[in-house]
Design a protein around this ligand. Structure first.
Ligand code: MG
Length: 303
């Protein structure tokens, strides 16, 4: 299981406080130092719609470049994709939303129009040397239309499966899913395609980690998380954010799926960004500490 760090994008995008370009770059440097190798650094949304991401190009110009690190840019349309390519991201994460109302509100187009444009965008991105993933937003539920059927998601998976792209992601954008939904959607997706599946989970209703474990057991290849669990949900004003990278890391490591991340450095990154945002850290590992604690290696047998 691979952790995809989305704090700099989904986390910061959903925080009220706007963080300076230099602080975003420092945050990303700390994440790289912690060992994260896929980082969703920016969104190429319209700056007037998403002011938190208005400096996407400047952030990408300042991030540390390492052969081992792949930067992801979120894109919603052709214009965003051109910006992503020009900025030097390694991966384009193209969003398509499962429901009509959300699609209109999020990207100003119908689901059909978004799907019609997908092939050309995926081709354009891969011709430019970018890895491409498609994220299906609101796969588990829609803030406007409520329940989302399996068919609404698999209709999109079927289109994406035919295209030249590297990964299909199922997003619980508003954090309503349960492990039963994870199982239902992953099994339905695997019946259509053998492309790698990534999951984007929010802990809005405290089901995020149960969902992550279900995804692990089902052979999902990557999970999105934000360090510190920063972020929120634009449709639930007091909600917490993505599942937290350090808490997910603990769950995975202790479940026999090593991530190779440096726990202490991960906490440094979380503490840095939550201090800049002036918010308490939603993640719990920083409070409780790792187990077994490194200072007392003799305290517990390693079996
Ligand atoms: Mg999200």
């Amino acid at each position: 299981m691979k952790i995809v760090e989305v704090g700099p994008r989904d986390g910061l995008q959903n925080e009220k406080q706007v963080v300076s370009t230099q602080d975003k770059i420092t945050y990303i440097e700390l994440l790289v130092e912690a060992g994260l190798s896929r980082i969703e650094a920016v969104s190429f949304a319209r700056p007037d719609r998403v002011p938190q991401m208005a400096d996407a190009e400047a952030v990408m110009a300042g991030v540390p470049r390492r052969l081992s690190v792949s930067y992801i840019g979120l894109v919603m349309n052709e214009r965003g994709l051109e910006r992503a390519i020009a900025s030097g991201v390694h991966e384009a994460n193209i969003v398509v939303v499962a429901t009509e109302t959300f699609s209109q509100r999020n990207q100003g187009m119908s689901v059909k129009k978004a799907l019609d444009g997908l092939e050309a965008m995926a081709e354009r991105a891969s011709r430019s040397g970018l890895s491409v993933s498609v994220t299906i937003g609101a796969s588990f539920g829609c803030p406007f239309e409520g329940e989302v059927s399996t068919e609404q998601v698999t209709d999109i998976v079927r289109v994406a499966a035919q295209l030249d792209l590297n990964e299909i992601a199922l997003a619980d954008t508003i954090g309503v899913g349960t492990p039963v939904d994870v199982r239902r959607l992953v099994i339905a997706t695997k019946e259509i395609t053998d492309k790698p599946i990534r999951m984007h989970l929010h802990n809005t209703r405290n089901t995020g980690y149960a969902n992550a474990f279900a995804a692990l057991e089902l052979g999902v290849s990557a999970l999105d998380s934000s360090s510190g669990g920063i972020g929120g949900c634009p449709f639930a004003p007091n909600a917490t954010g993505n599942i937290a990278t350090e808490d997910l890391n603990y769950l995975l490591e202790r479940s026999g799926s090593p991530t190779g991340l440096d726990f202490d450095r991960l906490l440094e990154a979380s503490n840095f960004i939550t201090s800049k945002l002036a918010i308490p850290t939603p993640a719990l590992l920083g409070r409780a500490g790792w187990f077994p604690a490194a200072e007392y290696p003799e305290a517990l047998p390693r079996s």
